[in-house]
Design a protein around this ligand. Structure first.
Ligand code: IPM
Ligand code: MN
Length: 359
């Protein structure tokens, strides 16, 4: 019997609702697989900040470090200036726990509608490995003469060889583990960002040639890749890229796989504590209405089980989600559409948890 401790951060808006459903399903899978889960609830988010002024105390980070994983609902509150909570909770946790990989699968499940014409689940199944600790997100730079006509603003894209190498290694390993097309595509901008993406490109080919001769290497500029992801998503197996480009192309990826109602990701520290989350936001206008689609958070829970080493439990969750989608009760994935189908957030959670229990 294995045992894990999981930190739960419901966060803002509909975050706590989707997290509750995800945990229902995760617990059902844990029960089936003889796994004990001990959870700790944290109330970080906009409401706590507005009431106490506290965003994320250092002590919380120490506590997170003592857990095996973190599952997050959503961050973003309409009464809090954009950036405060995102930087103070989400980015701070990613940085301080050195979750240097942001892994975002782009997989079209059966019965999920994609806006891409004539493409089905057999065409859309790739993962994006986004570097998650550096690049434009580091905060290198600053501002001078603010508010004057001579204001100077600078925000630098900085990468060290170490940061690039550890991200590439993860991406090559994932390509090998998937064993699908055994192809890793580097997404960069070597025609303009001739320092940073030159470093990425050299490191990519050096590592690939020396350690991963079985993995085919391809390259695409970031602007071009947005075309190919729409036109020929079947070309991709694993894509690796820097933090900013990864942020942008994974929103496109989320749409290609059916939208924010389904896309999940993991902030991974392969040697430490990782945090899993639905990619979408906190959808404040739907708070408390029991109408938000919990699938993305359920898939985040599935990724968490996988990364805890519980492949069988993760497989049960994925199979139950796929069976639920195949049952055809859900025609669309947005809050509006789940309402139209007559399903509530909690009903979807119950339905999938029951399937996990009886698979
Ligand atoms: C994401 C989000 C975050 C990011 C924001 C909320 C800071 O867009 O997880 O992709 O830019 O990484
Ligand atoms: Mn983003």
């Amino acid at each position: 019997m294995s045992k894990y401790t999981v930190a739960l951060i419901g966060g803002d808006g509909t975050g706590p609702e989707v997290l509750a459903e995800a945990m229902k399903v995760v617990r059902a899978a844990a029960d089936r697989c003889n796994i004990t889960l001990e959870t700790t609830d944290y109330d970080f988010g906009g409401n706590r900040y507005l009431a106490t002024g506290e965003i994320l105390p250092d002590s919380a980070l120490d506590e997170f470090r003592r857990h095996d994983a973190i599952l997050l609902g959503a961050i973003g509150h309409p009464d809090v200036k954009p950036g405060i909570l995102e930087k103070g909770i989400l980015l701070r946790t990613r940085f301080e726990l050195d979750q240097y990989i942001n892994l975002r699968p782009v997989k079209l499940y059966p019965n999920v509608e994609t806006p891409i014409k004539n493409k089905g689940p057999e065409d859309i199944d790739f993962v994006v490995v986004r570097e998650n600790s550096a690049g434009l997100y580091t905060g290198f730079g600053g501002v001078q003469k603010k508010g004057t006509p001579h204001e100077v603003a600078e925000q630098c894209m900085v990468y060290t060889r170490f940061e690039v190498d550890r991200c590439l290694k993860f991406a090559f390993d994932i390509a090998r583990k998937r064993n699908k097309a055994n192809t890793l595509t580097l997404c960069g901008k070597t025609n303009v960002l001739t320092y940073v993406y030159d470093l990425w490109e050299r490191a990519f080919h050096e590592m690939g040639a020396a350690q991963y001769p079985d993995i085919k290497r391809e390259y695409a500029h970031v602007d071009a890749i947005t075309m190919w992801m729409v036109k020929n998503p079947e070309w991709f197996d694993v894509i690796v890229t820097g933090n900013m480009f990864g942020d942008i192309i994974t929103d496109l990826g989320a749409m290609v796989q059916g939208g924010m109602g389904i896309a999940a990701g993991g902030n991974i520290n392969p040697e430490g504590v990782s945090m899993f989350e639905p990619i979408g936001g906190s959808a404040p206008k739907y708070t408390g209405l029991n109408v938000i689609n919990p699938l993305a958070c359920i898939f985040a829970g599935q990724m968490m089980l996988d990364y805890l080493g519980e492949q069988e439990a993760a497989r049960l969750v994925e199979t139950a989600c796929v069976d639920f989608l195949k049952s055809g009760r859900l025609t669309g994935l947005s809050a509006r559409e789940i309402q139209e189908c007559g399903l509530s957030t909690t009903q979807i959670g119950d339905n999938i948890a029951n399937r996990v229990a009886t698979l």
